[in-house]
Design a protein around this ligand. Structure first.
Ligand code: FMN
Length: 181
C-alpha cells in the first residue's frame, strides 16, 4: 500500500514534514509513505493561467495522487485555518479534469506549537474535502500540540506517547484504505 504524504509547510524544519516522515516510520509493514517535495514550486492559483495550461508541477502532483492508494496530509495551522500553500495546491488540483481527490482515501493530521495541535486547521481542511468528495477517515484523529517539544534537532520524533498514537493512527488509516477501495 503506497501513500502520498503532503506536508503543508515550506519551512526547512517543518514539524509537519517531520510528522509525515514519522508516520512513514510508524506505518504497518507493507505500507509506505512517499513525501511530495515540490509544494513550493506550485504558483499562486490563477484561472487565466489554468485556461492556458496547468503548470507541470500541478499535473505531476495530480498524477501522484491518482497513483497513490491513499493520501496523508499534515497541515500546519495558520490563523485558525489551513496554510495558504496547502490550500493553493488543493485549489489547483481541484480544477484538474477528473480531479483525483474524488473517492481517494485521505488521512488528515497536523502539528503545531500550540496546545490544540491544528484542530481548527484540520476541520478547515476536512471541509474542502466534503466538496471534493475525498474519503477522509473520520476517526481516529491526531493532533500534535507542543510540537517543538516532540521532535529533536534532526527532525526525528522523540515523544513516545505521540509515536504510539501515530502507530495506531497509521494502522487505522491502512484499514480505512482497505475498506473503502
Ligand atoms: C502565519 C502564521 C499563523 C499561525 N497561526 C497559528 C494558529 O492559528 N494556531 C496555531 O496553533 N499555531 C499558529 N501558528 C504557529 C504554527 O503552528 C507554527 O509556526 C508551526 O511550526 C507551523 O508548522 P510547520 O512547523 O510545519 O511549519 C502560526 C504561524 C504562522 C507563521
Amino acid at each position: 500500500m503506497n501513500l502520498l504524504g503532503i506536508a503543508g509547510s515550506l519551512r526547512a524544519g517543518s514539524f509537519n514534514r517531520n510528522l509525515i516522515r514519522a508516520a512513514g516510520a510508524a506505518a504497518p509493514d507493507g505500507v509506505t509513505v512517499a513525501a511530495f517535495g515540490r509544494l513550493g514550486e506550485i504558483p499562486p492559483y490563477n484561472d487565466d493561467e489554468k485556461q492556458k495550461a496547468f503548470p507541470e508541477v500541478v499535473t505531476a502532483l495530480a498524477e501522484e495522487i491518482r497513483a497513490a492508494d491513499g493520501l496523508l496530509i499534515a497541515t500546519p495551522e495558520y490563523n485558525y485555518g489551513v496554510s495558504g500553500v496547502l490550500k493553493n495546491a488543493i485549489d489547483w488540483i481541484s480544477r484538474v479534469p477528473d480531479q483525483p481527490f474524488k473517492d481517494k482515501p485521505i488521512g488528515v493530521m497536523g502539528a503545531a506549537m500550540g496546545g490544540l495541535g491544528t484542530a481548527r486547521a484540520q476541520y478547515d481542511l476536512r471541509r474542502s474535502f466534503i466538496f471534493l468528495e475525498g474519503l477522509v477517515m473520520n476517526r481516529p484523529e491526531i493532533f500534535v500540540g507542543a510540537a517543538h517539544t516532540k521532535f529533536d534537532e534532526a527532525g526525528a520524533l522523540t515523544d513516545e506517547a505521540t509515536r504510539e498514537i501515530l502507530t495506531d493512527y497509521m494502522k487505522a488509516l491502512a484499514a480505512w484504505i482497505q475498506r473503502v477501495r
